[in-house]
Design a protein around this ligand. Sequence first.
Ligand SMILES: O=P(O)(O)OC[C@H]1O[C@@H](O)[C@H](O)[C@@H](O)[C@@H]1O
Length: 589
Amino acid sequence: MLDYGIEVLWVLIIASLGLSAVALVFSISHRRHIPAAASTPGEDVISEAARTVLREFEKNGHSADAALITWSPDTLRKILAEDLPETQVIVVSNREPYIHNVNDDGVELLVPASGLVSALEPITRACAGTWIAYGGGTADRLTVDENDRVEVPPGNPSYTLRRVWLTEEEYQAYYLGFANEGLWPLCHIAFTRPIFRASDWEAYEAVNRKFADTVVAEARNERPIVLVQDYHFALLPRMIRERLPEAIVITFWHIPWPNSEVYSICPWRERILEGLLGSSIIGFHTQFHANNFTESVDRFLESRIERADAAISYGGQTTLVHAYPISIEWPAELLARLPAVEECRARVRERFGLPANVKLCVGVERLDYTKGILDRFHALDELFTRYPEWVGKVVFLQVAAPSRGTLPAYQQLHDECLRYAEELNQRYGTNDYSPLLMVAEHHSQEQVYEIYRAADICMVTSLHDGMNLVAKEFVAARDDEQGVLLLSTFAGASRELLEALIVNPYDTAMTSEALLQALTMTPEEQRQRMRPMREMVRDNNVYRWAGSMLLDAARLRKRGDLDRVTGNGERPSNNNVISMFERTRKAVS
Ligand SMILES: O=P(O)(O)OC[C@H]1O[C@@H](O)[C@H](O)[C@@H](O)[C@@H]1O
């Protein structure tokens, strides 16, 4: 029996050595094969820039991880120069990247608290594009030229900001009404009832048309790439398509897309889908939301859906529906301007009057009911109830930038948060100690990064979120590899930052236990968790997000141009797009 066992063991050892050798030969030949991937059958229109990227991957050390850090502003410029020559990049968003406001001393410049802005700003800079946005600042009109344009960033201009003016009525109905009382709660599962008013819908349509007029006015030729951002502009892609049929329209939906049953309650559900399907590409943060969108189209429109190709054909237009997880600038430019972690700790502790030696836990976001701020306060309360020894030893600092403050749902949240903070401080605080600091004020990016660097724990426990860039920013800010991230399972970021403490924010007991785990985590475990999260954000930075969409756009354009000259023959489906980005990834992994 024993002899027989030893024979089996030998057979297993020899077989596994054989398999390893085969795997090694395969991996070497696969790696050697990388440049050839650009010329395999069917790849004839692969981009020059993709070839260059692949060659650089090889040169830079053969590993996909090392290679991916080459995504930089230069990569974007290279893609544009080689694959999309002479192509103007136009970004459209509601929120502008720089707001000029009147204050007592004249004009002050404000960078809004918006994940969308922090992601798109470095991209627009790299592409030297044109950014079209609503001019909402009280001094915005004073700073533009006769064409409503201003060169930004101030002091070091590299792109044009074109402001669009809205009347007070338009702003109320399109932005506060349809976008933020209708679509925002519809798409987020936060159990706030969406409100749909016909007058808001009409304003939404009119404002989308106003932006379409501006896109056409700003386009230098018939073939720009237009990057349409978010739920404020669902109708815009088709309006652009009708007037600039050769434009590439890439629409990115930054918030979740609900399942088709939830979506069905929207009275204009077909119109919204039709509008979006004017895009060449529609991007979501996660495959899950891309799938939800496709299901909604399947249920409400007569269309042709090629699931294997992630493509939808509707009204003579084929749209690629794809997941492109958004990210942040890496390395974060402003990090170089900040002092060491210890200095940040000292500054923040002094600014907020924190007692020595307390652990600092932070939350940073817009004051929004999707962010789970009250649930977080409940978790702190629960921690003190279960583990009273922590009273006096931890302070929770909630930074909440005011947002959509005239809407009743936001006013109610603001009041409830302040009430809860006051009550909790009365119950657990002393003259020198307030366990919960609620600061409902705007903070600059520098101040926010300083807070990240000072924190022992960062809680990103949103009830629902497309991605959530605060989680990635916290990780990027911690070059000391310390600090613990508590992350909601309902934020897209939890699909990528797997070493965070992942919680269900509705489960107060679970969140408070995770808080305890974070408070007692050793520096070594913090490092073990933080390091891979930093690598993840580094390798999947915002240039990779934008670059992958541009590579897909280049491929679509080249195919369109070829089809125009030669016809599309027997192509099995209308589109048959496999994301260029995915193929690039496969080739290097
Ligand atoms: O209404 P605001 O302040 O411009 O904020 C809008 C943005 O809010 C962010 O939280 C969302 O992630 C974006 O998708 C959205 O565009």
